[in-house]
Design a protein around this ligand. Structure first.
Ligand SMILES: NC(=O)c1ccc[n+]([C@@H]2O[C@H](COP(=O)([O-])OP(=O)(O)OC[C@H]3O[C@@H](n4cnc5c(N)ncnc54)[C@H](OP(=O)(O)O)[C@@H]3O)[C@@H](O)[C@H]2O)c1
Length: 291
């Protein structure tokens, strides 16, 4: 595989999000220039050196100035609350090609997506679809109950997950956006091991030095909690399917991280150590869980 080591400028959408922040960090760590897209440039906080640009993926014309001079583009498939699908893919890609973008990564949203379809159909760029399984960052949902009650209440506690460190998703994206050899690939991205909910709680307990209880909720109790949290019914159906009947891909470890980045995927124990403060009542570390 030929590697392009020259500094490149990459536009990252979703840059304030759980994955996008990591794409930004991994590109910077590799010496590249990053332009971060957000709908609220005034309110966004990024590491030094990041160029922040205002834009909205539902308004493709707002991306034209943001695309000037970039060689790579990282895309999400949704535009707004509850992951409503973006229909603007063809126009975004047209502007990207016109600006000279050569590589595009797209973060798969767990189902069919018009934007992802548009990316896959584009033979004018080298595209890579990133298909991570459950993010380790989802465990930040437990920060508050662990900090306040030293307890986690979850349904389906024996379910297995190959959950992935969001930094590893960012690392795979950074490589695919800046190096040759990843065009036309669909990368399932997992962590290095299968874990139950009990395993995860035990890892957080070890990282924080706290005893943490685990209470298994029934399916009905879980649905009631998600409704009380304001989740729409389709999101609840998605969660029931993802957790109650995890597809094989979500509970199968693959070696994409090591193959693409040259180093092993990070463990949940590492993630828990990095985020131990969040479970002690400090500000939750790396962002929302997407649920
Ligand atoms: N959670 C999981 O376990 C999991 C697993 C696999 C896949 N996924 C997928 O990952 C995705 C969520 O990623 P995430 O957790 O990194 O997202 P996130 O933390 O929820 O952040 C959402 C990002 O989307 C940006 N955004 C939303 N609408 C936008 C628009 N119209 N124009 C420009 N930017 C917009 C926001 O930017 P601003 O607000 O700054 O504009 C923000 O950076 C979903 O597709 C989900 O299906 C999640």
């Amino acid at each position: 595989m030929t590697k392009t080591r020259k500094t490149q400028k990459i536009l990252v959408s979703g840059a304030t999000g759980t994955v996008g922040r990591q794409v930004v960090a991994e590109l910077l760590a590799r010496g590249h220039q990053v332009r971060a897209l957000t709908r609220n440039a005034a309110g966004a906080v990024f590491p030094a050196g990041v160029e922040v640009v205002q834009g909205d993926l539902t308004e493709p014309e707002s991306l034209v100035p943001a695309l000037e001079g970039v060689t790579g583009l990282h895309l999400i498939t949704f535009g707004g609350a509850y992951f409503g699908p973006l229909e603007t893919g063809p126009r975004i890609l047209e502007s990207a090609r016109a600006a000279g973008v050569r590589r595009v990564t797209v973060l798969h949203g767990g189902g069919p997506s018009p934007l992802e379809d548009a990316v896959r159909a584009d033979d004018g760029v080298d595209w890579t679809v990133l298909m991570p399984v459950e993010f380790m960052a989802n465990a930040l949902e437990w920060a508050e109950p662990i900090a306040t009650a030293r307890e986690v209440r979850e349904p389906f506690v024996s379910r297995l997950s190959a959950m992935v460190h969001e930094g590893d998703i960012g690392a795979v994206a950074a490589v695919a956006l800046t190096e040759e050899g990843h065009g036309g690939e669909e990368y399932v991205i997992t962590g290095p091991e299968l874990l139950t909910v009990s395993d995860k709680v035990a890892a957080i307990a070890a990282a924080t030095g706290r005893e943490i209880g685990l209470v298994e909720l029934t399916r009905e109790q879980a649905v009631a909690r998600w409704r009380a949290a304001g989740h729409p019914e389709e999101v609840i159906d998605f969660l029931l399917e993802a957790y109650g009947n995890t597809p094989e891909v979500g509970r199968t470890v693959v070696d994409t991280v090591e193959k693409v980045t040259g180093r092993p995927a990070r463990t949940f124990a590492q993630w828990a150590a990095e985020h131990a403060d969040a479970f002690a009542g400090a500000t939750a570390g790396s962002g929302s869980s997407g649920r």
